[in-house]
Write a protein that binds this ligand. Structure first.
Ligand code: F3S
Length: 397
């Protein structure tokens, strides 16, 4: 790899131990993927924040970097294992809280903004079109590449952190024009609307891509998609298909930038959607947990929940998972009071997947196909997908 004099000095240790270690991680990655050089990144989003996933070994690695490591670019974190302000109401164990705080303190020492969200693009870590970034959360990576037109590979926790400390990432994969072409055309022959349906579509296309061994779909036939629907779609297609970039005709910014794939297309019908949806509904009767906000809820979604809950009482555990800055907006707008008066709970900077709640509930209802996947795989919950209104209805019935 061609390194600039400054990059070489980082590698040689002239900028300290953490910068040296970080440059070692990045050059090794660059050599594996045959990158020719490094590119400068605008911002970083680091995953691997929950103590439940990191453990003591991960914490030791962080503390080592934090001895002299400081981030050079805007850096935010993925959701943590708990809401630092509301953990008691969410039933999180005090020992876990202590350890989770040690993790966040190590990140803070490096100058990282300790807002923990999988939607950094909603809270100020917002790259523009064509900008290089190094993000680690799969749903956000897919959103940044596809919906914003920024450029990132799907980083691991250590490589993202290394980019934060050096301000660089190896130039390969989705940083290069040549890898951003659509590979296969999907024609959507049915109306798709709502976060739940966009999640179902993401699962359908994601499963198909795994089957045929392709990574970059070009999707035609969607007439309209909101930020909320696109974030649900990104989370789902990344979960079920490992997708980090898609193009959606007339919706995403690069749809017309590269040639349309001329390989045979795949059609998605109403029946395909119904079948995929049925796979996200387990055969069971008891729902004792409802969670909205995977990926983290927007202020718009919170406003809708407040409207639906006004003057009502929830009868089941109901979490709204969101970024703390979005929660603060909801506080100011008066939505939080309505929601909390109804007995629902905010889980800020965490979520129903990364919080340590394995087997605490029997059945979970969500509007997110991604949450269905991890609710089953990680927490052993039975799951049911529904739209936002159906989820709120389930919580109060
Ligand atoms: Fe975000 Fe947690 Fe879903 S990290 S994408 S809310 S699983």
């Amino acid at each position: 790899m061609d390194l600039t004099p400054e990059e070489q000095e980082m590698l040689d240790g002239k900028f300290g131990k953490a910068a040296k270690k970080s440059m070692e991680i990045l050059t090794t990655l660059g050599e594996i993927f045959e990158a020719d050089s490094m590119v400068k990144v605008y911002g970083v989003q680091v995953a691997g924040v929950s103590y439940a996933n990191l453990g003591e070994a991960g914490l030791e690695f962080l503390n080592e970097l934090a001895e002299d490591g400081k981030v050079r670019v805007l850096t935010t974190l993925n959701p943590a294992g708990m809401d630092r302000e509301n953990w008691q109401a969410l039933g999180i164990d005090a020992d876990f809280v202590k350890n989770q705080n040690r993790v966040i303190d190590a990140f803070a020492k490096m100058g990282i903004i300790t807002t923990c969200s999988c939607t950094p693009y909603l809270i100020g870590n917002t790259p523009h079109y064509g900008e290089h970034i190094a993000w680690a959360e799969s749903s956000a990576v897919c959103y940044a590449n596809s919906v914003i037109g920024a450029r990132t590979n799907r980083e691991g926790g250590p490589s993202a952190l290394a980019s934060a400390i050096t301000g660089k990432t190896p130039n390969y994969g989705y940083h290069k024009d040549s890898n951003r072409h659509g590979e296969i055309l999907f024609k959507i022959k049915t109306n798709v609307t709502g976060t739940d349906q966009f999640g179902v579509l993401g699962k359908l296309i994601g499963n198909k891509l795994v089957e045929i061994g392709k990574k970059v779909p070009y999707i035609a036939g969607i007439s309209d998609a909101s930020v909320e629907e696109l974030k649900a779609f990104c989370a789902s297609i990344a979960t079920y298909g490992g997708v980090a970039l898609f193009h959606m005709e007339r919706i995403t910014p690069e749809w017309n930038e590269y040639s349309k794939p001329n390989e045979s297309s795949v059609e998605i019908s109403k029946e395909d959607m119904l079948k995929a949806r049925s796979e996200l509904i387990d055969d069971f009767s008891e729902i004792d947990f409802v969670s909205i906000g995977c990926p983290h809820a927007t202020i718009n979604e919170i406003a809708t929940i407040a409207t639906l809950l006004r003057g009502k009482k929830v009868k089941k555990e109901f979490w709204i998972t969101t970024a703390r800055p979005t929660k603060k907006l909801a506080d100011n707008a008066g939505y939080s009071k309505i929601i909390e008066d109804a007995g629902a709970k905010f889980a800020a900077d965490t979520c129903c997947v990364v919080a340590p709640i394995k087997e605490r509930f029997k059945g979970m209802m969500v509007d997110s196909a991604k949450a269905c996947y991890y609710g089953r795989a990680k927490n052993n919950f039975k799951v049911r997908i529904g739209n936002l209104e159906e989820c709120v209805e389930e919580a109060i019935k």
